[in-house]
Design a binder for this molecule. Sequence first.
Ligand SMILES: O=P(O)(O)OC[C@H]1O[C@H](OP(=O)(O)OP(=O)(O)O)[C@H](O)[C@@H]1O
Ligand SMILES: Nc1nc2[nH]cnc2c(=O)[nH]1
Length: 190
Amino acid sequence: MSSADQLQQELRRVRREAIELHSSDQVQEAIGKLAFEVTEAYAGKVPVFVTIMNGGMIFAAELVKRLDFPLEMDYLHASRYLGETTGGEVEWLVTPNASLAGRDVLIVDDILDVGSTLLSIIDACKAQGAASVKTCVLVDKQHDRKARPGLKADFTALQAEDLYLFGMGMDYKGFWRNAPGIYGVRESNS
Ligand SMILES: O=P(O)(O)OC[C@H]1O[C@H](OP(=O)(O)OP(=O)(O)O)[C@H](O)[C@@H]1O
Ligand SMILES: Nc1nc2[nH]cnc2c(=O)[nH]1
């Protein structure tokens, strides 16, 4: 069997055997609730909504259309997993733009796992002179390996157990970002 066929088999097996932690409907409901919270927090402000590529893009698209205040959209690309299932150093692929100076910045990403990615992005936005920086994630993975004890995003839609997650923007080896719920890879596949 060719390596492309082997990969395709693996990807289909991982999806078939995955544990569904949050269904597509549960994800949509949680994003709806979060949108109210974020809308309340930004009353009277005109923030920059910064999507962290690639993982943040599906959550960001679902969230942004439910926010009822004027905002600008921008994006950053920082990655420390680079298609792997364990993280390394944060690598900047697209750096923050100087137009963040003096702005209220809302960082939007798919997952807070260890949190090194978000901490690095917060520092970079502050270094650009952002007036305020808040973070918003679809899912907070529950474990005691956070980069700082008790680290949390300002806004969190859902929590999930300590498995490698995919779906709703999160990848398994670069694939399955398109899966509509949040799934955990079974130990035998990770
Ligand atoms: O909390 P941490 O342990 O730092 O991990 C969280 C980060 O990991 C993923 O990005 P990844 O590096 O996989 O890049 P991607 O968004 O391009 O998939 C995810 O999108 C977060 O940005
Ligand atoms: N896809 C994915 N990316 C991550 N980045 C940090 N943790 C995870 C995870 O569980 N899944």
